[in-house]
Write a protein that binds this ligand. Structure first.
Ligand code: UDP
Length: 464
């Protein structure tokens, strides 16, 4: 196999700096001893400070609308827990307002850096490839203001950040760890009817990032398989780390108190949708299923409530009112309630109030809301796609549904709307299941991936 030019250049630079794998064959004995000691000690060295890249969306944004969703929550939670493990994190994100401070302390050991790249307003995600040069400039310039070796590693999120990370990691002679979050080829393989496919430029960009990365963190074994199937990722690049859930915020509590706080009737059957409103998430499938369910069980109408919590996003932005129109067309406007996105603590109230959380997504790299709802003791009815079969245990903590036929979804939802004992049982099992997904575990596993990448960058020489 031909050597990847970026990796070869990075190895050369690592060798110059006396820290990389190339040094294992005949370089400074002290450096080599350090590496050997680190490995003999069983634990390769961990980074002290990392550059985390989140070009298109900031960890400071409200998730659940526009470009802000699971990735934002993921970065916030991961960064905080890494900082607790003594790995300092600096998150670079694009400034989108003139009053964005150059730096914001998100938590102890976690700094958000706003990079000016293009106009503050008016750019959508699709415009950002043209700003990557400017963004990279901002990142490199920041590092240049410090002593060499300021960052030990780059962790990029989503392909746009991977493009920046690729250059920064090479320039600094440090490993690149990348998390895809979503992949164009996977999304395009299961689009909702009439939805717009991801462009070829993204596929090309993702392929380049996969080639350049030392490690690729996948949410599930299935995502790792997709990385290797669609993007030729090698086995030694791949690491699986399940994301977590903030078990302090998302915890079981009184359903009746939550309903009282949200103004929901105590005896209601609440089928909740929470997240970004776009065709990929298929909130329309929930609405269609509710129409079928009501036709079959008209007596449920009195007490059925379907809250949709979140804001328009992605291709859903083109027709933000389409879900309202659909509810009207289906004759269920009286049971569907739309609510703007809310903060995490308030969202936990929604989960606690719900009879079940419903996720009919066409594609989902993990689906954090499924874990969050379960952590609050609420069962989940989810599409059997992406990470959802890992997040939800079929028949134990909720139900997995194959396909998107509204009649099938109505059949899956009916027992939750009609059998309180089943809801209680599965809700309790859901809380136990979700308790195994703390962010501490995810952060420790991620730190381990960092250590491995530092000890042995992709394609690097191995110590015999
Ligand atoms: N979310 C939120 N407020 C809302 C709706 C959603 O904070 O009103 C958050 C939710 O807590 C979750 C994230 O948005 O962590 C959505 O993540 P998920 O993985 O389910 O979907 P993604 O947005 O990544 O496609």
């Amino acid at each position: 196999m031909t050597q990847h030019p970026v990796r070869a250049a990075r190895r050369e630079r690592l060798a110059q700096l006396g820290t990389g794998p190339a040094q294992t064959a005949g370089t400074a004995p002290s450096a080599r001893r350090g590496r050997l000691q680190a490995l003999i000690g069983g634990r390769p060295r961990r980074p002290r400070r990392i550059a985390m890249l989140s070009v298109h969306t900031s960890p400071l944004h409200q998730p659940g609308t526009g470009d802000a969703g699971g990735m934002n929550v993921y970065i916030v939670e991961l960064a905080k827990r890494l900082a607790e493990l003594d790995i300092e994190v600096e998150v670079f994100t694009r400034a989108i307002a003139s009053d964005d401070a150059p730096t914001v302390q998100l938590a102890p050991g976690v700094l958000v850096r706003h990079v000016t790249a293009g106009p503050y307003e008016g750019l959508v995600k699709e415009d950002l490839p043209a700003q990557l040069c400017a963004f990279t400039h901002g990142v490199l310039r920041t590092e240049a203001g410090h002593r060499p070796g300021h960052y030990d590693l780059v962790h990029s999120h989503y392909w746009l950040s991977g493009q920046v990370g690729w250059l920064a990691a090479e320039r600094w002679g440090v490993p690149l760890v990348h998390t895809m979050h979503t992949m164009a080829k996977v999304k395009n393989a299961s689009l909702a009817e009439g939805d717009t496919p991801e462009p070829a430029a993204r596929v090309i960009g993702e392929t380049q990032v996969v080639e350049a990365a030392d490690r690729l963190i996948a949410n599930t074994a299935e995502e790792a398989a997709e990385l290797s199937h669609h993007y030729d990722a090698r086995g030694d690049q791949l690491a699986v780390v399940h994301p977590g859930v903030n078990l302090d915020v998302f915890r079981p509590g009184s359903r009746s108190a939550a309903r009282a706080a949200l103004g929901l009737p105590q005896d209601a059957a609440v089928l909740l949708f929470a997240g970004r409103i776009q065709p990929l998430k298929a909130p329309d499938v929930l609405l269609r299923a509710v129409a079928v369910l009501l036709a079959r069980r008209p007596e449920l109408r009195e007490r059925l409530v379907v809250p949709v919590v979140g804001g328009p996003s992605g291709t859903g932005l083109a027709k933000p009112e389409s879900l309202h129109k659909l509810a009207a067309q289906l004759g269920i406007s009286d049971v569907v309630r739309f609510h703007p996105p809310v903060g995490q603590a308030r969202l936990a109230e929604w989960y606690r109030a719900a009879t079940a959380l419903v996720m009919p997504s066409y594609s989902e790299s993990f689906g954090l809301v499924a874990l969050e709802a379960q952590a609050c003791g609420t069962p989940v009815v989810a599409a059997a796609v992406g990470g959802l079969p890992v997040a939800v245990r079929d028949g134990v903590t909720g139900s997995l549904v194959h396909g998107h036929d509204p009649a099938r979804w109505a059949a899956a939802l009916e027992p939750y709307a009609t059998a309180p004992e089943l809801v209680r049982e599965r809700g309790a099992a859901a809380a136990r299941h979700a308790a195994g997904f703390g962010w501490d575990t995810a952060a420790a596993a991620t730190a381990e991936v960092y250590a491995q990448a530092m000890a042995r960058p992709a394609g690097g020489l191995r110590l015999a």
